[in-house]
Design a protein around this ligand. Structure first.
Ligand code: ADP
Length: 321
């Protein structure tokens, strides 16, 4: 039995060893485990929770490498499938001189896209408290049906359903389609986490309250917007608040948002009641959850790469004290 099930892409990021260059210019790359839902799973495991990951990788060296990384970090991989016909998703990434990330994905198709409804571990989901997903597994079939099947199971068993769309425009057929489908994906969620750029893309405004209010109309009960070094903002029908960020020297912000989600879900788990449908706590408790989430997000920026920088519970407590 696990507390949280995370579903989605698990991939290799090949990160340019030089910054300030485009992918065309980059001479060498470092292999790093990645995939937002997988980072969230590792983040939660490091914070001391029981977590399961559901996804698909290639039955080859990279797929086995990623499975080992999850396992070494304490994530249950009974829901991770291996595909012998396609390879693990790859992403090449570099930081350009303008500070933008230049991405190129190898996904033609990749193993993660071939997750099917039959791959979904019913018992693992039905016995959990929280189900977390993203938008990348919703982009094409059969991954989309697999994700929807898992969401149906989570809803039937009254899990708290958490969604971090993680906009990657390059993976969608068009901007319009990305917006439409990402918003449609919110209909299944109780909680949505986005950053300020995603808020603007989805709602046309950077005004936190206005944007959050729009997103509530799609069905979620809690919207959390991350603001980089400025912290985070939460919004429900009855409560709202800005929780300031932590001042520190960021080394690499990759995975900050995923660390934030892990911290947030870790906090929210404390308010679950076994056997009962999840009810969000009030303003004071949500503030406390965002404070922990901000700390996890901040600590995630202090080392290169997403997974190596994710903190343990002890490190978060020391940081907050
Ligand atoms: P995303 O990676 O999804 O774009 P953000 O960059 O907003 O997300 O970061 C998520 C969270 O991590 C923020 O809400 C904040 O708490 C923390 N964080 C990110 N960057 C910094 C930073 N430079 N300094 C301190 N905290 C940060």
């Amino acid at each position: 039995m696990v507390d949280v099930v995370c579903l989605g892409e698990l991939l290799i990021d090949f990160v340019s060893l030089e910054s300030g260059v485009s992918l065309e210019q980059a001479p060498s790359f470092q292999k790093a485990p990645g995939g937002a839902p997988a980072n969230v799973a590792v983040g939660l495991a490091k914070l001391g929770h029981e977590v399961g990951f559901v996804g698909k990788v290639g039955d080859e060296s990279f797929g086995h490498f990623l499975a080992n990384v999850l396992q070494e970090n304490g994530v249950d991989i009974s829901g991770l499938a291996f595909d012998s016909e396609t390879r693990t998703m790859l992403a090449f990434v570099s930081l350009t001189s303008e500070g933008e990330r230049d991405f190129m994905f190898y996904r033609h198709p990749s193993a993660d896209m071939r997750l099917t409804p039959d791959d979904i571990p019913k018992d693992l989901i039905q016995q959990a408290t929280i189900f977390h997903y993203g938008s990348i597994s919703l982009i094409s079939e059969p991954g989309r049906s697999a994700t929807c099947h898992a969401l149906d199971l989570a809803r039937e068993s009254s899990l708290l359903i958490s969604y971090d769309p993680n906009l990657r425009l390059g993976l969608w057929a068009s901007q319009e389609r990305a917006k439409q489908e990402i918003l449609a994906g919110m209909r299944s969620a109780n909680l949505v986490k986005i950053n300020d750029d995603e808020l603007e893309f989805l709602t046309g405004t950077r005004k936190l309250e206005d944007g959050a209010k729009q997103l509530l109309t799609f069905g979620p009960k809690l919207i959390v917007i991350t603001l980089g070094s400025q912290g985070s903002f939460f919004y429900t029908d009855t409560a709202a608040g800005h929780v300031p960020g932590n001042a520190l020297r960021a080394v690499d912000t990759t995975g900050a948002g995923d660390g934030f989600v892990a911290g947030l879900l870790s906090g929210l788990l404390a308010y679950s009641k076994p056997g009962e449908a999840y009810v969000f706590p009030g303003k004071t408790e949500l503030e406390a959850c965002c404070r922990v989430a901000n700390a996890v997000g901040a600590l995630a920026t202090t080392k290169r790469g997403a997974i190596p920088a994710l903190p343990t519970r002890r490190q978060v407590e020391d940081f907050l004290n």
